[in-house]
Design a protein around this ligand. Sequence first.
Ligand SMILES: Cc1cc2nc3c(=O)[nH]c(=O)nc-3n(C[C@H](O)[C@H](O)[C@H](O)COP(=O)(O)OP(=O)(O)OC[C@H]3O[C@@H](n4cnc5c(N)ncnc54)[C@H](O)[C@@H]3O)c2cc1C
Length: 544
Amino acid sequence: MEIRATADKLYSIRVTEQTETESIGGVAAEELPGRIYETQSLMVDGVSGATITSDAIKDAVRAALLSGGFDPTVYEVEAHYQAEALRYDVTEADVIVVGAGGAGMTAAYTAREQGASVILLEKSGVVGGNSLCAQMGINAADSQVQQELGMNYATAENLKAAHIRYGGRENVVDAYVASSGETVDWLRDTLNINFTYGGRGEIDPADPLASVGEDHPSGSELFMVRADDDGYTTLTLVNALTTALDNAGVTLYKQTEATALITDGTGRVTGVKAVSADGQKIEFTGKTVILATGGFGQNHDMLVQIRPDLANAITDEIAPTTGDGIRMAQELGAKTVDMEYLQTFPHAIYGDTWLPPMAMPGGFMTTAIFVNQDAQRYTTEGFETSADTLQQQAVYCVFNEDDLNDNLKQLQARGFIQSGDTVEELAAALGLEPAALRATVDQWNADCDAGQDSQFDRHNLKPLAGKLYGYRFGVGAHYFMGGLLINERTQVLDENEQPIAGLYAAGETTGGFHGSVRVDGSGVGDAFVFGHLSGQMASQEALG
Ligand SMILES: Cc1cc2nc3c(=O)[nH]c(=O)nc-3n(C[C@H](O)[C@H](O)[C@H](O)COP(=O)(O)OP(=O)(O)OC[C@H]3O[C@@H](n4cnc5c(N)ncnc54)[C@H](O)[C@@H]3O)c2cc1C
């Protein structure tokens, strides 16, 4: 960064170089310097959805001030940034898409490519949704890409067999299987994505579908392609789509939350009501509407109503996915299926972010202890401790300084990780009873000295010493298999399984494809394949 300042005035702030993800951190790099300049404050709100980069920019300004011999605390003043009112010049289009995650962005771009005018609404300040979290690629069949990669098992027959066994609707599974190859080839040809083989393990020629039938079904060896540039397929796709949507003239309104569907006298969906982050109420008119609002991990009430056993769960979904699409369609009589089936993630950090398990002291190789609200250990620490964790009202991971890796340092800077020079200090920071945590740590350290866990049967014993760290975590509601029942044209169906005229849906907000289990790689696939198909179908209807 480059700043021009005196001791009490900032004259200019410029990000001279950055390598952030364009659709998230890139937005903060563009917007935040202006906000800091206008308010002359480092306490101004960051860009919603891009908190880490926003914090980094503020830190860089502080560092620059220090390097110039100035006192950054002069700029630590309360400030409210009054953004210009959001403008809605275009409120009518052939197709309205709600939600700019993988499914919505793909749907919007496809519909535009087919010749439809498109408005894309996004509730948060950034595009990409939870699709940005996914590490895996896309499961597909019979694409040219796969044929060129020699993926001989990626046939329609195998892909269908892998999915149908978990109770997916046959017509929906067939639609996925038929569209998946075309979608992958289309992504390559229109967005210039280079795909590579996404599998890691061996395939048993005698039983190629073996990996898809186990407890944790993985279709990666047989069907998965990944973007080959950075390994994060969804990031690559979201970045490419961000540019493509802009170039194609799709009208994107961020910070705009759809609240209800509009219908005409016959019950046909003709638009969407929405509210902007600055409180404006807007109505968008369209010939067709596509709902792509993701799951409902961020709606704890809805989660617990459907799965009371998850009352103590949190979520690792980073986008504000609160089941809005499901609710809006249900108000028109839409049918939902498989709502009770959802995947959980055993160790998610309490807050608004997600870390891969290998980056956590509570991850695959546990080096920490887990304690409950009474500062008592409650399980043999490990990765798969969901059942025990869900019994506790609150759980905390306590660990040593040498486990504080770079990922955790970032979280610490954002206030998710607490520390203490003593056990008592850490307890106070976590809101635990100091004497109780002291007793637990002393017992644990005595067990480590004795070489035996006296409470549970844990074998990797690492004492807790010196400065200690801790964070609250929980079992995360991670992926929602069920949702709005769609048909093979991605139309949303009513209770009689008849299409609701003008209404389509795609991605995690839908049900009918997975049944009770998500095959690894078919979550990302669900978003991009059905996003593409819904864009084709909704634009065809809109354009007559
Ligand atoms: C941590 C994590 C890791 C994952 N890893 C994998 C993986 O490795 N492989 C895999 O297959 N799947 C994975 N998944 C699942 C996969 O990422 C998602 O299922 C998929 O990306 C969902 O895409 P989507 O477009 O349907 O929804 P999202 O990407 O969640 O997008 C929904 C969008 O709708 C917006 N929205 C919501 N309500 C409204 C409203 N009322 N108005 C306007 N906008 C609204 C949201 O802000 C969001 O941007 C993972 C999920 C998580 C959380």
